[in-house]
Design a protein around this ligand. Sequence first.
Ligand SMILES: C[S@@+](CC[C@H](N)C(=O)[O-])C[C@H]1O[C@@H](n2cnc3c(N)ncnc32)[C@H](O)[C@@H]1O
Length: 420
Amino acid sequence: MHISPLPDIAAEVQDFYDRYPYPRPIDNLDRYRSQWLERQRRRADYHLFWPTRSYREDQSVLVAGCGTSQAAKHGMRWPAAQVTGIDLSATSVRRTEELKGKYKLNNLEIYQLAVERVSSLGMSFDQIVCTGVLHHLADPDAGLSALRSVLKPGGAMHLMVYAPYGRTGIYMLQEFCRRIGIHANDGEIRDLMGALSALPPGHPLESLLSQAPDFQHEAAVADALLHPQDRAYSVPQLFDFIEKGGLTFGRWVRQAPYSLDCGLVAKIPQAARMARLSLPEQYAAIELFRGTMARHSLVVYRNDSASGPQQVSFADDAWLDYVPIRMADTICVQERVPPGTTAVLINQTHTCRDVFMPIGATEKQLFDAIDGIRNIADIVERTLSSSHRTTSLTLARTFFKRLWWHDQVVFDASQQSTGV
Ligand SMILES: C[S@@+](CC[C@H](N)C(=O)[O-])C[C@H]1O[C@@H](n2cnc3c(N)ncnc32)[C@H](O)[C@@H]1O
């Protein structure tokens, strides 16, 4: 499929990614494949998007603005799914085709197509993944509406867009490049990398540079500092953006950094006052307090889905029927833990160092009983003494809610039955 003429800015973005494809092209997905062979990882991923739907693997997936490898990865991750990748850049499409051929990904189709024109495929999708793309569009609202128009009712969308405060140093360096007329070509980028290595200590870009090994590579430097089109969304701007796009917020892909109950935010004197705010207002305040968020990664649904958004709730007794599934990349540390603590639970994908979960001996028993099969009622029944039922249920409710907010578990809430 070939694209018809695009607005100037899209043509400029296309040319940019043809020359500097991002992420860096890779030709080996062996390690990725072996990770996703684990059924538990796939179930945890599925129920993060659809807690109340029964598990299945044959969904239709659109990877919009798929770059060099993301669509191939989804094709590999979900062999029974039909995966479609689209990207404006010929280089990205070619790289994805190469991976498709190498790994015989017969469930993957790839098109050189603009997000804004996705409806021309005449298809609709259970899941849409669009990460690192909408903030590069001349009209992100139009892009999001186009995606919404091909999302099935009950479907889920994974979006990632830039966040402003953690990118302050990037925007300063972008402005630096604009003022002195630095352009995206190999020589200028090499010189720019030289300048970055001489940045003074304390520069707002310093921490991003040290956290992102990616900055050693030319395409990453070009993507961050010389992109022709780049905007960022604060939490309130993001909520406006998704509402205008006919969508509704589901959850953050990693929610602990936004939670009032996790990490250092839980301990500040204003925490109780913040708890009286609505959740979006809490998220907005926490983004300002943390100050380092460079992107927002979230799950959204159509705002007209008959079943409503897929919600996890501890308000009534439904939580007792939830089956907790451990999230991938979580670890339980038992050595050198703080006094009075049995273990510390960590999600290794968190970049905020303060977000970890200390647990006591009884909580550790509940944690150890999580096998991805038993529901919470069953876990409580087997683990806690039945003589103090109300106390046990209160403890369990608090504990599983904390586990969920700390990104230790997702819930399969598709089998609501009796409770205890
Ligand atoms: C930063 S990369 C992100 C790639 C991938 N989504 C990921 O997260 O690894 C942005 C990609 O979006 C593509 N892109 C930018 N504007 C687009 C548009 N209007 N339609 C389709 N793709 C677009 C670029 O060609 C590039 O491959």
